[in-house]
Design a protein around this ligand. Structure first.
Ligand SMILES: Cc1cc2nc3c(=O)[nH]c(=O)nc-3n(C[C@H](O)[C@H](O)[C@H](O)COP(=O)(O)OP(=O)(O)OC[C@H]3O[C@@H](n4cnc5c(N)ncnc54)[C@H](O)[C@@H]3O)c2cc1C
Length: 449
């Protein structure tokens, strides 16, 4: 795969930035509920609060949808993220609730798209967790059993049965969910929030938050917001504000690449008849999906830890794009001559438990992180559940109860430093090498060194 003409962007490959960015806050205001962060979680919270008659202010540092909301791969997952075997082992009581939350999240987003009339090229194809080796196929079988036992709608199959390319051996399909253009989706929610009664201030970075006298004071360079309640929806950026519970989320940089348009006949020859998005069973998954513009978007595989706050506005590293291109060639040897056209990336928030979570600090500050690479479905749903929790005087939906933290205390991240991440990446590549050698040996070719 050629990577010499890649367009590197600091925003997203899916859409352009909106032309109607709202004015920053330039005076002091008061409100019932303030929401900090205009991503999927924050916009969904503000929209729901406004729809339920609350006086709400939304503050966003850039423009709503500027974060991972518009940058993700657009794969709407119907099952939880993270290492399922590990989560089931460590949190056996919580796990069925997390599975139900994940599935309801995907349904919620499908209804939201319909209700708001958002044109985001949504296709209800489901997604396939695919194996690239016999070892991964064993893992797929074990994970399928665990998910089915917890009530998830997943089915096991070979690549032919699942309608995915033959570069994958097989896998399980999450039948709930699908794929979309996430940039169009997030700008669609943005339009709905701007049209609602919520007061939205963009280009308004919150610099500090203090509490006292039963209210919250939110500082920005243009003015202060005094609110009775606050919702923190800052995802990976949470550590920039001292009010955020320590270690709520670990910031990780994730990269996506899009190919040049591919001849439809060549795409048809792949046997990707289901059009389902695909994620592999590596420790750091690879994701692959078709787009309506006859391209393939692919990414992750090599992730990078945010070193310090504030997190920089950045482009992907050329070395990471080259590594992703090597992965693409391995999975799609017939498309090895296709060029990578553009690359972008974003900051995702990983929780140290790898579970989506929500909670409160005292009784007037609420937080949530529903990311772990699966927030396209989960963040909007969780945002809406938190809004209902606030309006309903502390009542919690069953799905919110499943994630609720009694105390805002979070463990230390394990293996998430730069050396740990490099080691995990190297283990994945070593396994790929062994599997490549075995494949070549089976074909009678010389093993790859
Ligand atoms: C490359 C990539 C691929 C991904 N692929 C998928 C996928 O296929 N499927 C999936 O389910 N998930 C995927 N994800 C994850 C998903 O995009 C996120 O989980 C989801 O967008 C999280 O939404 P959010 O609202 O929590 O965060 P964000 O969208 O990141 O929003 C946080 C917002 O807070 C604002 N903010 C932060 N600090 C401040 C401050 N001090 N003042 C004001 N505003 C502030 C930021 O500007 C930002 O707009 C991917 C993510 C990336 C980056």
């Amino acid at each position: 795969m050629k990577t010499n003409n890649v367009e590197y962007t600091t925003f997203s490959g899916w859409v352009d930035a909106p032309g109607d960015v709202r004015s920053p806050l330039n005076q002091d205001v008061t409100c019932e509920v303030a929401v900090v962060g205009g991503g999927l979680a924050g916009m969904s919270t503000a929209l729901r609060l406004a729809e339920r008659g609350q006086d709400v202010v939304l503050l966003e540092a850039e423009f709503c949808g500027h974060g991972s909301a518009s940058r993700n791969a657009g794969q709407l997952a119907g099952a939880p993220g993270g290492d399922i075997q590990f989560l089931n082992l460590l949190y056996p009581k919580k796990f069925p609730g997390i599975v139900r939350f994940a599935e309801n999240s995907a349904h919620f987003v499908e209804h939201l798209i319909e209700r708001l009339g958002i044109d985001c090229d949504y296709e209800a194809t489901g997604n396939v967790c695919a194996a690239v080796s016999r070892g991964q196929m064993g893992r797929v079988r074990r994970v399928t059993k665990i998910l089915q036992k917890a009530g998830a709608k997943v089915e096991l199959g070979t690549s032919a049965e699942l309608g995915i390319p033959r570069g994958f051996l097989g896998g399980f399909r999450e039948s709930v969910g699908g794929m979309m253009n996430p940039g169009k989706f997030s700008l669609g929610i943005r339009r709905a929030v701007l049209a609602s009664s919520a007061r939205v201030f963009e280009r308004t970075r919150v610099t500090d938050i203090t509490r006292g006298g039963g209210h919250v004071t939110i500082k920005t360079s243009g003015g202060e917001v005094r609110a009775n309640k606050l919702v923190l929806a800052t995802n990976a950026f949470g550590g920039e504000l001292s009010i955020t519970p320590k270690r709520l989320s670990v910031p990780i940089w994730v990269t996506e690449v899009e190919t040049e348009p591919i001849d439809p006949a060549r795409l048809a020859a792949l046997g990707w008849t289901s059009r389902s998005g695909v994620v592999t069973q590596h420790n750091f998954m690879e994701n692959y999906r078709l787009t309506p513009r006859n391209t393939i978007v692919f990414g992750v595989r090599r992730i990078q830890r945010g070193k310090s706050y504030p997190l920089p506005l950045r482009k992907p590293d050329e070395a990471v794009v080259a590594d992703l291109a090597r992965g693409f060639e391995t999975r799609f040897p017939a498309l090895a001559d296709v060029a990578a056209a553009r690359a972008w990336g974003g900051w995702i928030g990983i929780t140290t438990s790898w579970l989506p979570l929500a909670g409160n600090i005292d009784d007037n500050v609420f937080y949530s992180v529903a990311c772990n690479g699966h927030g396209l479905a989960q963040a909007p749903y969780l945002g809406s559940l938190i809004a209902d929790h606030i309006v309903d005087g502390g009542e919690k939906h069953e799905d919110l109860k499943a994630l609720w933290m009694k105390k805002p205390k979070f463990g230390r991240p394990v293996m998430m430093g730069a050396p740990g991440l490099r080691t995990i990446w190297a283990v994945d590549r070593f396994n790929d090498l062994i599997n490549g050698s075995r494949r070549n040996a089976r074909r009678g070719a010389a093993p790859v060194n």
